[in-house]
Design a binder for this molecule. Structure first.
Ligand SMILES: NC(=O)c1ccc[n+]([C@@H]2O[C@H](COP(=O)([O-])OP(=O)(O)OC[C@H]3O[C@@H](n4cnc5c(N)ncnc54)[C@H](O)[C@@H]3O)[C@@H](O)[C@H]2O)c1
Length: 250
């Protein structure tokens, strides 16, 4: 399938993990992908990999929690590659911490990146898409945005915010021809999740909670983002698709 030939897709957090897989999938289907990430070195490696596969890419280093940087980067993106057809708002951070011990600084950082950053990027890109009268925005939420999990109060709150931000954007932007949806992954094996849980903990978790009996792979999530970004999802708007191997079916 080459559903995105001639289109420009912007992916935040494209340096590694799920964002890198989404960037790869969209590029494999013909999009020019603008890869954004806060980690310069990680981003450079990811861009090199994409170029070695002859994919059409460009990149900017960006901290999504910095509104001025976001404004500037989106402006430069439009100047250099033209209209943005697809935005994948994926950048995010997480760590475990008991509610009672979360510092104000830690609380603010997670909300700043996962929720405020998503707002800055989505709003700046949506303003541009409105001028074109079309566009697709896909936000990265989480099953943690739908149900609670101990030791993730800041993360859960940020992802719950993403779910309702997505629905509200869908209502307001639909009339301009812009569709907005979210994906809620369960446990996916990435540098982020591997930095939090030991393989033993993950093994027990999978056995107890995931009916399909395995962790998700970044490619499992990338395919769903590609579907939502494509015309195959032309009438889907304001939806949050759970991709968790059946975990929330309990
Ligand atoms: N891994 C999972 O199990 C899982 C489950 C549900 C949702 N998610 C969500 O998926 C997204 C990607 O997670 P992942 O597991 O691939 O993580 P990851 O850490 O492997 O990759 C995240 C990428 O985002 C970048 N990033 C972090 N902060 C940034 C910032 N301020 N500005 C720009 N880029 C930034 C990182 O440098 C990194 O390249 C996150 O939003 C995460 O919350 C992950």
């Amino acid at each position: 399938m080459r559903r995105f030939v001639g289109q420009v897709a912007v992916v935040t957090g494209a340096g590694q993990g799920i964002g890198a897989a989404i960037a790869e999938r969209l590029a494999a289907e013909g999009a020019h992908v603008v890869m954004l990430d806060i980690q310069e070195h990680v981003l450079a490696q990811s861009v090199e990999r994409m170029k070695s596969m002859n994919y059409s890419v460009s990149s900017f280093t960006l901290d999504v929690s910095n509104a001025e940087e976001v404004e500037d980067t989106i402006r430069r993106t439009v100047e250099t590659v033209g209209n943005i057809d697809i935005l994948v708002n994926n950048a995010g951070i997480a760590w475990e911490e008991e509610f009672i011990h979360i510092s104000d600084e830690h609380w603010r950082r997670i909300i700043d990146v996962n929720l405020n950053g998503m707002f800055y990027v989505a709003q700046r890109v949506a303003r541009h898409m409105k001028l074109n009268g079309q566009g697709v925005i896909c936000n990265m939420a989480s099953t943690n945005g739908l149900v609670g999990e101990a030791k993730y109060a800041h993360y859960n709150a940020s992802k719950g915010g993403v779910v309702l931000l997505t629905k509200t954007m869908a209502i307001e932007l639909g009339p301009y021809g812009i569709r907005v949806n979210a994906v809620c992954p369960g446990y996916i094996q990435t540098p982020l999740s591997e930095s939090i849980d030991s393989p033993e903990t993950v093994g027990r978790y999978i056995e107890q909670y995931i009916p399909l009996g395995r962790a998700g792979k970044p490619a499992d999530i990338a395919g769903v983002f590609a579907f939502l970004a494509s015309d195959d999802a032309a009438f889907i708007n304001g939806e949050c698709i759970v991709v968790d191997g059946g975990q929330l079916a309990f």
